[in-house]
Every structure is written in structure tokens, then in C-alpha cells.
Design a protein around this ligand. Structure first.
Ligand code: IMP
Length: 189
């Protein structure tokens, strides 16, 4: 595959993708397009539905990604509704919901779907962490300022995603992990 098109309207996601594939032979291309996301019960279903919809009019290979955060004490909320919740109550709204909550564990999930022109392939990644009590950092996007990931050695990091440069976020993040699997698959092709 000489060029891999990542269809996303989110330039931060493309930047993370671009950093990860920058270390490989794969050439990335940003196809900035907003597509209609169906609402479904899991992030995986949302991602697959989006890819299927796009493949109905795009014959070239592409990838799309869907992701979201699940808060344990809120029974996995917002999960597949992460985008709507971010646009409505945002980070402050989440922090308000979490006020006085002692159990602050949460996880991010990322699902990449590769359409190779014929078939769909799925690559997933998860990252565990805890929610901060205030917003910290100004890098990244979305829920980055309230999410503190675990480091590679299994200890809790002392920084939120929004305080980590892309290289480091990619090393620890859900998207970094799903990208690692995507890259491994493409490198073997
Ligand atoms: P989507 O995958 O673009 O639908 O994202 C769902 C929601 O999760 C959006 O509000 C994103 O901003 C947020 N989100 C997805 N990935 C990340 C991330 O890596 N950090 C912080 N927020 C994220």
C-alpha cells in the first residue's frame, strides 16, 4: 500500500497517527472529512458502521478511527456517547459528576478500521488511568486535560495526557496501542 488515507475531521488524531507512522515506510494522507456517525452501544460498532458507510462510495484503501472514554464508577459512561457528552457538558461537566467520587478509574478505547479495498480489518487499543480533579495541561484534545494514564512501568503517571507531548502520549495511549497493531499488520503485508 503506497499511501494510507486516514479519514478524520480531527487534526489532533491525524497528528498522532502521523507521528506513529512517521517511523515506518507507510505514507500517510489526511483526508479531512466529517461523516455521519451512527449511534450504537459500543465504540467498535460505531467504527464499523462508519467504515461500511464510507466504503460504499470510496473504493481506495482508508482507515477511520472511533474512540471514547469509560468511567468505571459511572458504569462505563460516556463510552460510545463520548463525543456528544464532550460537546454538551465537556470536561467541567465530567469533573462535576465526579465530585466527591473516590473511585476515579477510567479507560479509553480506540478502534481503527482499515478498509483495504476489499475487506475490513479492526485494530483496538485501550489505556487505563484515573480522572483528575481539575483540568491540567493544554496539549492534545478532548478529555486529555482530565485523564491521567498509567506509565509503562505500571505506576500512575504524574501528568495528564494534555501535559504529554504526542510522542509520549502515543507510547501510553489507547490510540498509540491500536496504531501499533495497525502498523504491525501493514508492515507484514
Ligand atoms: P470520536 O472518536 O472522534 O467520536 O471521539 C469521541 C470523543 O472522545 C470526542 O469528544 C473526543 O474528543 C474524545 N476523545 C477521543 N480520543 C481522545 C483522546 O485521545 N484524548 C481525549 N479525548 C479523546
Amino acid at each position: 500500500m503506497e499511501e494510507l488515507m486516514f479519514i478524520t475531521s480531527n487534526s489532533h488524531k491525524y497528528e498522532e497517527f502521523s507521528h506513529a507512522i512517521g517511523k515506518t515506510e507507510i505514507m500517510g494522507k489526511h483526508y479531512k472529512m466529517k461523516y455521519i456517525e451512527v449511534q450504537a452501544d459500543t465504540i467498535d460498532l460505531v467504527a464499523m458502521a462508519s467504515a461500511t458507510q464510507i466504503a460504499s462510495y470510496m473504493s481506495k484503501p482508508f482507515v477511520i478511527e472511533d474512540s471514547g472514554i469509560s468511567i468505571d464508577v459511572l458504569s462505563g459512561f460516556p463510552g460510545p456517547y463520548s463525543s456528544f457528552v464532550f460537546q454538551t457538558i465537556g470536561n467541567q461537566g465530567i469533573l462535576d459528576l465526579m465530585r466527591d467520587k473516590e473511585r476515579r478509574s477510567a479507560s479509553f478505547r480506540s478502534v481503527f478500521i482499515l478498509f483495504d479495498g476489499i475487506e475490513f480489518h479492526k485494530f483496538t487499543g485501550e489505556s487505563q488511568g484515573v480522572l483528575e480533579t481539575t483540568q491540567k495541561g493544554d496539549m492534545g484534545f478532548g478529555y486529555d486535560p482530565i485523564f491521567v494514564p498509567y506509565c509503562r512501568d505500571g505506576t500512575l503517571c504524574d501528568k495528564t495526557y494534555a501535559q504529554l507531548p504526542i510522542e509520549l502520549k502515543n507510547e501510553l495511549s489507547h490510540r498509540g496501542k491500536s496504531l501499533e497493531k495497525l502498523i504491525e499488520y501493514l508492515s507484514k503485508e
